[in-house]
Write a protein that binds this ligand. Structure first.
Ligand code: F0G
Length: 446
């Protein structure tokens, strides 16, 4: 079934609502608001069976892919999704590897640490993607769109994982890739991936927020932006909750929990849930919990009213954006910079904050913060279950613990936490275990 004319871009501001053709490469409307990919067509619920059947891929990489398995729900290419030749012509894929190994797992030791029944708690290791993080889910769709519009070079700023993912897909597609890196502030394993995949590294003096600004400016002249402000990134990342829900047989959990950085994940989870609910595929809406690092807590400060007392909300499309600008100005004047050892989420100006707020409003979400040592303990306890994750992903685990202690997450609630990336900072666990004072440390013997 071909769906010509089904997909378009639309500004997220309900008062503005400007629309653009699907081939537009703008990441904002002309008034500076973020864009959504929209579909006129409502997918039939019986597709749930099709998605399930594709778990036996029957020789197709587009069924094997944990992203393209759900291709009817992100069909911005407007292709006949059953025609595998059309899929091959249009859809970028690392031979079906993206999103293929991630699903929710029970991890008993992590559950014990959190204080939740193991049967009610799942962690979904998105680090088991080919480049080692959840980014591959959205990069594969962004690069598909880049290919659709004939882009020769993709560009991103990154705390490391985005650049690894962009570099990987660019190499596979034979296109150029420039990655803007905050000098000295990314894990060595991530930087080395970008080099390995042949990306052009651009070192920026400053932090991620500075790197993003510079990359967006430069991409206007020459390049296609693949950061999560790109609405096509968000489409692919919807498959993270799709896979979680499918593995739970579409029995909606009470909570989905993410670390919060630029808020692409929060935005995509919110969009996925809004769409599923609107189509009647789910009857209940899980609540999203976003966990910031204590040292990079913009969303938490604004959402919880810890700056100027006002609790920032989407407010049905009329958020108080002045408050956000005042917060940024205040931090700039005082020279306050985001600081956490979890460099993946060391972000002060989350580019998707408005979409994030929309997701939180739709899901009655919550936001909290956790310390670096809490994230390290969580990363370590995940390891004791035989699973691997990076420090920022630990936020999802200890965030649940904290929200349970506050009785925001109730003791019988069902919770899915997303482990966003694999360990790429080899010395972090070594240093952790060398210090006997750490909760899960097993120091070496002589
Ligand atoms: N976890 C990991 C492992 C990440 O790499 C990131 C973001 C996040 C969480 C935050 O996700 O931005 O969707 O809220 N890393 C980006 C990068 C910024 O450049 O790799 P978000």
């Amino acid at each position: 079934m071909t769906m010509q004319g089904d997909a378009f871009l639309k500004c997220i501001d309900p008062d503005c609502g400007l629309e653009y053709p699907i081939t537009s490469t703008n990441v904002q409307c002309e008034k500076g608001h973020l864009l959504d990919v929209k579909y006129k067509n409502k997918p039939a619920e019986k597709l749930k069976d099709v998605f399930y059947q594709r778990r036996n891929p029957q020789g197709s990489i587009f069924n094997e892919s944990g992203v393209w398995r759900f291709r009817e729900l992100l069909n911005f290419c407007q292709i006949d999704t059953e025609n595998l030749e059309e899929c091959a012509q249009n859809l970028v894929s690392l031979d079906g590897a993206e999103g293929r190994l991630s699903k929710p797992y029970h991890m008993s030791k992590a559950a014990e640490f959190v204080g939740i029944k193991s049967d009610n708690f799942w962690l979904q290791p998105e680090g088991y993607n080919p480049s080692g993080s959840f980014k591959d889910n959205g990069m594969v769709t962004a690069v598909t769109h880049a290919k659709m519009v004939g882009a020769k070079k993709i560009v991103c700023a990154s705390t490391g994982n985005t650049s690894a993912s962009a570099g990987m897909f660019a190499a596979n597609e034979g296109i150029d890739c420039d990655v803007y890196i905050p000098s000295g502030q990314i894990a060595p394993g991530k930087l080395s991936q970008a080099y390995q995949f042949g990306a052009q590294i651009v070192q920026v003096e400053g932090n991620f927020d500075d790197a993003l600004k510079q990359s967006l400016d430069d991409a206007k002249k020459d390049g296609y932006t693949v950061n999560s402000v790109n609405p096509f990134r968000i489409e692919g990342q919807k498959t993270i909750p799709f896979r979680a829900l499918e593995y739970l047989e579409w029995e909606v959990p009470d909570w989905i929990v993410y670390p919060g950085g630029a808020l692409g994940n929060t935005s995509s989870c919110g969009k996925a849930l809004m769409e599923l609910y609107e189509w009647g595929w789910i009857k209940k809406i899980p609540r999203i919990a976003v966990i910031n690092a204590e040292g990079a807590r913009t969303l938490s400060d604004l959402y919880n009213g810890d700056f100027n007392g006002e609790e920032l909300r989407w407010n049905k499309g009329k958020p108080n954006t002045d408050l956000i600008n005042e917060y940024y100005d205040d931090h700039d004047i005082k020279g306050l910079l985001p600081k956490t050892k979890a460099t993946a989420i060391q972000i002060g100006k989350p580019a998707n904050i408005l979409k994030g707020l929309r997701a939180l409003e739709f899901t009655n979400g919550v936001v909290t913060t956790v310390t670096d040592s809490e994230m390290l303990d969580s990363m370590s306890v995940v390891g004791l279950n035989g699973f691997d994750c990076e420090m920022a992903s630990g936020a999802s685990v200890v965030g649940v613990k904290k929200l349970m202690e506050q009785e925001i997450i109730k003791k019988d609630d069902k919770v899915v936490g997303i482990l966003t990336g694999r360990q790429k900072d080899a010395m972090l666990p070594v240093d952790y275990h060398h210090n006997a004072a750490n909760r899960f440390a097993k120091p070496p013997k002589n």
